[in-house]
Structure formats: structure tokens, C-alpha cells
Design a protein around this ligand. Structure first.
Ligand code: ATP
Ligand code: MG
Length: 253
């Protein structure tokens, strides 16, 4: 059975960073094949992985509106194009959603997309979706169940309250969420006890349990600045070790 992991959270909290670390984790634990979906209109997960995007789902959707080559149905065309859009790497494929529908949405194209995604999804052990702040793409992709929803927050009480609200907002979309947890990112080290107390207070009484804390990491900054892939970060890098321990706790091996 394919399992779906989705990341959510306010802008700039670290969804894409943690997505890249998760891909690294799933690959190194042999939990493959993985489909990584970059659902940000400004695709950038590929950059952290050192990969290039050739064509996005948004561009394919646009092409579907115009005349197709003869002797091919829209479904066949969509299927062919989506396979072209997959960036294939060892252990995982990457797919970028690109721009959402503009005005005058061609809804049939979305239906074709949903069907294609359904076919595609079954090929993978894990599907990982790096969302923008909203989660609209999940329903667009026909994903009805999320096994693990990771809500990412900055290390502040207000940030965590926002994360709690985001976690609640996923309810009305009609998506079943089996498990959710909060990851507080960019926590200063050593961590002031007051901050730990604030975090504990902010999660208490909510149905968003604390999954773990990730440290602010100079290694991530320098890796990004030098353009090297996060997949190549050594296992002993503190943020990698901590992230893997958090992932172990809910994915298990
Ligand atoms: N633990 C960390 N230590 C140091 N820098 C970090 C850490 N987590 C994220 N960053 C940096 O913070 C910035 C924002 O992170 P990221 O792009 O992952 O956030 P995001 O939630 O995906 O943002 P958006 O909402 O724009 O998609 C990036 O420059 C990233 O390198
Ligand atoms: Mg992002």
C-alpha cells in the first residue's frame, strides 16, 4: 500500500528543507520507490536535490487545452506527458505541479490529471507532498488519505498557534488524516528552557502532538549557498541525525 506524507506550514518555515531531508531518509532506509511532489507554484525542491525540472503539471494542463496530436486520447496524452515530467533519480521520482489553474479553469484537464495520478500513485511505496501554505493540490491530485501530516513551525508560540490552525484547516477538504504532528524548526542550540516551556505549553491541549525539534543548522545554509544537494549531507550532520530520529519515530523501520 502506498503511504502519503504531506508537509504543511506557514511560508518559510522549512517545508521544502524537511521534504528534502525526508527524501534522503526514505532513500537511505530503502523505503523506496518514492514519488516526491513539489506542489509549490515556484518549484524549488529540485534545487535542494540538485535536479532540473523540464516540464510541470501546470504546463501539461495548458497543453491539454489546445489541439492534441492525432490518434491519441486526452488520457493517453496526459499519461505520456506526466511520465515525461517525472525526474527519475535513484530511489525516487520528482514531479513539479507548477502554476495552478488560472481563470477559466479547464476542469476536464484536472480530471484527467487526477486519473493519471491515481494510476501513478500505485507504483510507489511513499508519496511525499511539499505543499505551499495551502493544501489545494492534495484534492487536485485525488489524494484522499494522508498517512502522516507534518506541520512545520518556527520556534515561537505564535508560530505554533498558526501551525495548529493550519492542521485544523485540512479537515474540511474531505481528506482523511491518519496521523499528524508538529515539527518545530530552526530551534536555537543550546535551547533556552523558556523556549522549551513555551513550545510545550503551545502544544498542550491540542490534537497536534509534538513530533520533534530541529536545530538551526549552519550546514544547511552552507550546503544551499554552495549549490550542493542535501542528499549529499553526511549522516553525522546534527540536523540530519535529528531529522532521521524524528522520521524514525513515526515512520518506523
Ligand atoms: N533548520 C534550518 N537551519 C537553517 N536554515 C534553515 C533551516 N530550515 C530552513 N532553513 C532555511 O530557511 C529558508 C526557508 O526554508 P524552506 O524553503 O525550506 O521553507 P518553506 O516552508 O518551504 O518555504 P515556502 O513557504 O516559501 O515554500 C531556506 O533558505 C532554508 O535554507
Ligand atoms: Mg517550500
Amino acid at each position: 500500500m502506498t503511504k502519503v506524507i504531506a508537509l504543511a506550514g506557514k511560508g518559510g518555515t522549512g517545508k521544502t528543507t524537511i521534504s528534502a531531508l525526508l527524501i534522503k531518509y526514505l532513500r537511505e532506509r530503502g523505503l523506496t520507490p518514492v514519488l516526491a511532489v513539489d506542489a509549490d507554484a515556484n518549484a524549488n525542491l529540485n534545487e535542494l536535490l540538485g535536479l532540473k525540472i523540464e516540464i510541470t503539471i501546470g504546463q501539461i494542463r495548458k497543453e491539454l487545452k489546445s489541439d492534441l496530436p492525432p490518434n491519441i486520447t486526452r488520457d493517453q496524452y496526459m499519461e505520456m506527458k506526466v511520465h515525461q515530467a517525472l525526474v527519475e533519480e535513484r530511489g525516487f521520482d520528482l514531479l513539479a505541479m507548477g502554476q495552478p489553474d488560472g481563470p477559466g479553469c479547464y476542469c476536464a484537464a484536472n480530471q484527467h490529471l487526477a486519473m493519471t495520478m491515481d494510476h501513478l500513485a500505485g507504483n510507489y511505496k511513499y508519496i511525499l507532498v511539499d505543499n505551499e501554505a495551502g493544501m489545494e493540490h492534495l484534492s487536485r491530485m485525488n489524494l484522499r488519505t494522508i498517512d502522516h501530516l507534518l506541520v512545520i513551525s518556527d520556534p515561537s508560540a505564535r508560530g505554533i498557534l498558526t501551525a495548529r490552525r493550519i492542521a485544523e484547516l485540512t479537515g474540511p477538504l474531505g481528506i482523511t488524516i491518519k496521523q499528524r504532528c508538529l515539527i518545530v524548526n530552526r530551534v536555537p542550540e543550546p535551547t533556552p528552557p523558556e523556549l522549551l516551556a513555551k513550545i510545550a505549553e503551545a502544544v498542550s491541549g491540542s490534537d497536534l502532538p509534538l513530533g520533534g525539534l530541529l536545530p538551526a543548522s549552519p550546514e544547511l545554509v552552507s550546503q544551499e549557498l554552495s549549490g550542493r544537494s542535501y542528499l549529499d549531507l553526511p549522516a553525522e550532520t546534527p540536523v540530519v541525525a535529528r531529522a532521521f530520529a524524528i522520521f524514525d519515530s513515526f515512520i518506523g523501520v
